[in-house]
Ligand binder design. Sequence first.
Ligand code: C2E
Ligand code: CA
Ligand code: CA
Length: 720
Amino acid sequence: MKSKNQIRILAVDDQLRMLQSVQELVSAQGYIIDIAQGGRAAIAQLEQEAYDVIFLDLMMHDLSGHEVMAYIRDHQIDINIIVVSGDASIDAAIKALRGGAHDFLRKPYAPELLLKTLDNVVRRRILEVENKEIQKKLKHSEKLYRFMVNNSPDIVYILDPDGHFVFINKRIESLLGYDKDELTGKHYSELVFEDDMELAHYTFNERRRGTRATHNIELRLKCKDEKSSLRCFETDVVSIELSSMGLYQNRQDAEENEFIGTYGVARDISERKKAEEIIKYQAHHDLLTGLPNRILFLDRLEMSMAQARRSGKSLAVMFLDLDRFKFVNDTLGHVIGDRLLQAVGQRLKYTLRDGDTLSRHGGDEFTVLLPEIETRNDVDRVASKIIDELKSPFMVDGNELYINGSVGVTVYPDDGESADELIKNADIAMYHLKNRGKGGHQFYSDGMEALFSQSLALEGDLRKAIDADQFVVFYQPQIDARSGQLVAMEALIRWNHPTRGLLSPVEFITHAEDTGLIVPIGEWLLRRVCSDISEWRRQGLPEIQMAINLSALQIECRGFADTLIGILDEYYLPGNCLEIEITENLLMKEMENAIHKLRKLSAHGISIAIDDFGTGYSSLSYIHKLPIDTVKIDRSFVHEITPNNQDQSIIHAIIAMARGLGLKTIAEGVESEYQRQILVAAGCDVMQGYFFSRPIDAVQVQGYLGQDRHEPEEVTTFIK
Ligand code: C2E
Ligand code: CA
Ligand code: CA
């Protein structure tokens, strides 16, 4: 802003004397003043310098004051003109003012009048300049605000008191696809997603101010649905975070300020919402299978329980564990293991109804929630379906994988009061089932828990059992059906448990398989048996074949055949002193892999028997592909041979089939003379069972082999 001493003045007159007196008078007041003698000189000065005020004489002989004013006008020179004239007529004054003069001074004038006129003009001049500067600044800042508002990443709006848009910034165009001008005058509710209307009602046209106003409220706005639009919006709803407040105008006459509308800012938070959703999804889902995880399962279970309580209905929880999954993981690697889990998840999902929840509990364990069941039969059906679904092979990366499942089931409200308890008890029921070496499904019942904790303890003990030398081998004689001669023996393992005494393999083999301990245990047994055989040979006792039981897990082990042959070699034993017993289920599973290994053993002279024949999902078609020598008829069939049961068609069929294929038959579990006779008549080759002898220990075997002839009555020390 200019002050007095920065004001520059030009005095123009024909008469130098006149000019000098003005100059003297004016400069004494602190102004800077130049003089120009005549119109032309004035124009020359104006061209060179910027003046604020000009004293302009109208009557000059070269150029008149009017002509100088015309020049000033034409060149848009910003200067305040004080016309000085001897012509005192009103016309002359009017003409001068029309020509752009700001004041008029009549010659001759009193010096005080000149100074007063000048002061007036200068004050106005200073005000004008100030005003112009303020205008300029205002214009600039308005532009700035407009720019800021329109380029804001947030929607900025102003509503009138009735909720109509008075102003909305350009962001609305890129965010929702509306033209900002088309919204002006429209009601805000046209933008709000229907479900959020209620909330918008309290926030969008906010009347409150300060802390009570709306801060960061989440709402959803609708996008303009214009099919023809070039814009492509992913969703038709955008999540925003809204802050708004009431606008008020001061009114002097009124007591209260007048409400004039709402100012609001809406921030696009769709990205954040998306991220939150992903995080929420990840927190509730298993990333490998995409299935709900344990947390979500618990949540749904608890909800269903509350519902069941209200409606008085029941619900079921299933705990599914995959048998042999660990083996796949260990032998084929985690990548294949993971794919298998994914495939299992997929397949199971399709066997369930929409309302059911399948979740991955962890590892190879899955849980299922059936939120509403009528009877236990319903659950039976679903569980069987699940087990059946798992039976057909999974193709993973060119591997044909077979996997079984065991399902434990609890029913609410019978089997537990809390969600945790229901899951835990289903787990126990599943464990119970596995423990007995069976697949399928099992309902929970009281008392299972005690067994469960016993099993856990057993597993711990099992790990120490090898080192502590707690295993023993018993041998059970196999008798030739026609001659009654001892022809072979089956080695059967027992565990001399430190506190529970001699345990049957039924009680621990499954644990050993689950934990993988069966492999070292099996190797221990093979060495023990070989060592016993070579000792008996050394003593010159009759050489008979020894049958050993192999678990699927052992055969699946890399290098299994070589290890077995290697151990025989260690004891200088020929292959034909050994027969291995495998179950048909094993053959179903790892066919290709197994064939190769079994052929190797067979080529080494080792016999191969199918154990428990008739109990699996028998398909005889595979038998001819395999180097099988012997079929062991399961003792459940032999058990059915009683004088009251005339139907022995299964036994006959098995024996006939085996004969047709050139295989030897062994009937196990022969307990009576009647059974022996029937089996002999049916053409069975070898028999084994309590009728001939219970399994006996190595010392007893020595005595047994020492006898010339088999006399069943003489074997008196029986175990079990
Ligand atoms: P398995 O191979 O079917 O063995 C025959 C089972 O029937 C033996 O039970 C035997 O004691 C029993 N047994 C024999 N004669 C009779 C009879 O006349 N009546 C009745 N009711 N039972 C009879 P054990 O020794 O308790 O073995 C049970 C199962 O444990 C075996 O069934 C076999 O699958 C498994 N096993 C035993 N030893 C081993 C082993 O060293 N390795 C593996 N992997 N499994 C083994
Ligand atoms: Ca056996
Ligand atoms: Ca058997």
